[in-house]
Write a protein that binds this ligand. Sequence first.
Ligand SMILES: NC(=O)C1=CN([C@@H]2O[C@H](COP(=O)(O)OP(=O)(O)OC[C@H]3O[C@@H](n4cnc5c(N)ncnc54)[C@H](O)[C@@H]3O)[C@@H](O)[C@H]2O)C=CC1
Ligand SMILES: CC(=O)C(=O)O
Ligand SMILES: [Mg+2]
Length: 553
Amino acid sequence: MESRPVPSSVLVGQAVLDDALTNRGTAFTDEERDAYGLRGMLPPAVETLEEQVARCHAAFLACADPVAQLIYLRQLQDTNEVLFYRLVTDHVSEMLPVVYTPTVGEGCRRFSEIYRRPRGLFLSYADRGRIRELLANRPHRDVDVIVVTDGQRILGLGDLGANGMGIPIGKLSLYTAVGGIDPARTLPVLLDVGTDTTEVRDDPRYLGWRHKRVTGSDYDDFVTEFVDAVRAELPDVLLQWEDFATAQARPILERYRDTMLTFNDDIQGTAAVVLGALTSAARLSKVALTGQRVVMVGAGSAAIGVLDMVREAMVRAGLSEDEARGRIWVVDVDGLLTTSRRGLSPEQQAYARDADELDEWTTTKPSLIDVIENVAPTTLVGLSTVGGLFDEEVVSTMAGLVDRPIILPLSNPTSSSEADPADLMTWTGGLALVATGSPYPPVEVDGVEVEVAQSNNVYVFPAIGLAVTAARATRVTDSMLVAAATELGAVAAERATDDPAPLLPPVSDLPATARRVALAAALAAVEDGVAPPATEAQLRAAIHRARWTPHYA
Ligand SMILES: NC(=O)C1=CN([C@@H]2O[C@H](COP(=O)(O)OP(=O)(O)OC[C@H]3O[C@@H](n4cnc5c(N)ncnc54)[C@H](O)[C@@H]3O)[C@@H](O)[C@H]2O)C=CC1
Ligand SMILES: CC(=O)C(=O)O
Ligand SMILES: [Mg+2]
C-alpha cells in the first residue's frame, strides 16, 4: 500500500501543505503545484523524495543533541509523514534510539516543555461522561491501532502523567516504520487521570490535568467508559495498553483480553521477545531452555509476563508445571519471593519459593547476591527499573558458577538499565551472552566486535499489528504470541551461527523480521479460529498488501 494522493477536490493551497499525510513539500511537481494552487508557496526547486531525505538527514545530524533530534523528527512527522517515515526506514538503526528508547524517555520527561503541535487524543478525567464524543473528534475516521497509556509507569521513569503521551506516539511511529501500518490509521491516546509526581504537577509548563491520580472505582469507571467508547466507535481496532503501573496493567488485560482485540505490550510483547532472545542464548550456551536456572530481578507486570511465557515454553519442551516453576527464582525490592512473604499478588505467588528450601541457605531473607550464590543461575534477567543493579559482585559471582552466564538487563531507558554490556563482558571475561532493553554500542570479545542485541518489545508489537490487520483477527491469543517468539528465535538462529553472535536479528532488519513474525502470528490466529480461514500463501499476500510504505503515490 502506498501513501495517498492529494484529495484535490477537498484540499487546496495552504491546506495541502498543512496536511502531513498528503503534503510533499518541495517534492510537489510543477503540475501539482498548479493543480493544488501551490505555485509560489514553495521554493522553485522540485526535489525527489531521496533528495528530501538526504537534506533532512543532514539537518538531523546537525542537531545539537538527541532531544533536539527528537524535536526535529517530530516536527517533520507533523509536516510530511511520507518524508518522516522514509527517513526513519532508510536509517532505522540511527533513528530508533531517538524516536524510541532512550531518547523518547527524555522526550516524555520534557514533553510539556518541547510540545509543538497536537497529535492523538488526550482523554482527561475532567471530561468524563463525554469520552465517546471526544473519541468521535479523532483526527482520522478509520483506525487500525490505538496505543493507550495513563502515564503511570513510563519506561523506568515512573509516573509522568500526561507527559507520557510521548510513548504512544513513539510506539505508533514504529507500528508504521517497522510493521507497515498506515500512519493515517493509527491513534495515540493518553488517559489523563492526574499524576502523583508533584514535580510534574507543579511544573508551570505542565500541560496535563493538575490533579492527584484518580484511583479505585473512579479510575475503573473511567477506563470502562474509554473501552466502551472504543467498542462503539472503533469495534475492529487493535487496542494496545502501554506503560500502565502493574496494579492496573494485569487487571485491565484480564478484563478485556477475551472479549476484544487487545493486548498489553509490557506483559505480552515483552514476554515474546525475551523468550525469543532466551531461546537463542540457550542454543549458544548449549544448555537447553529446560536446563536453565532463571533468576528474574523485578516482580512487576513485565517480569511476571516474561516468566509466565518462559514457564509455558519449558512445559511445552517436556517439563511438568512444578519442574518448570522449580527452575525459576524471583527477586524484588524486598528480596527473594518466598511463601512466607506477605502481600504478594496471586501472579507473584505462583513463583514464590517454598520457605523450607531456605533451610540450606545461610540466610532467611536472601538478597540478590545470596540468591546468585545459592542458585548458580544460568540466566539473570533484569526488569527492575534500577540502573546498575547488576554490579561487579553480582556478575562475577554468577560468572564463577556457570560457563556461559546469560545476562539480560532489560529495563529502559539506558539510565534504568541493570548493567552496561561492556562491563558485563569485562566482568565475565567475554563469556556473557547479553541482550539489553535499550540500545548499546557493540562490545569487543577476543578482539572481535559483537553487536549487542536489543531485547525490546519493538520486535513483537509492530508484527502483531501487521498480523491482525492482514489476517483480520479478532483477538490476540497466547498462541499468536508464542508463535511470534518462536519465529523470532528462528530468525535469530539463522543469523547467529557463530559464537559470539547477537541474540536477536539486527535492528536494521526489523521490518523484514516483522514480516516473518507477523506471518507466524497470523497463521496462529487462523489456527486458533480468531481469524477467517486462510492458507499461508494467502496470509503472506495479505501481509504484503497491508503494508504501507513511504512513497509519494
Ligand atoms: N525491554 C523491554 O522490552 C521492556 C522493558 N521494560 C522495563 O521493565 C521495567 C519494569 O517494568 P514493570 O514491570 O512494569 O515495572 P514495575 O515498577 O511494576 O516493577 C518493578 C519491579 O522491580 C522491583 N525492584 C525495584 N527495585 C528493586 C531492587 N533494588 N532489587 C530488586 N528488585 C527491585 C520492584 O519490587 C518491582 O517488582 C521498566 O524499566 C521498563 O522500562 C518493560 C517492558 C518491556
Ligand atoms: C519497551 C517498553 O515497552 C518499556 O520499557 O516499557
Ligand atoms: Mg512499555
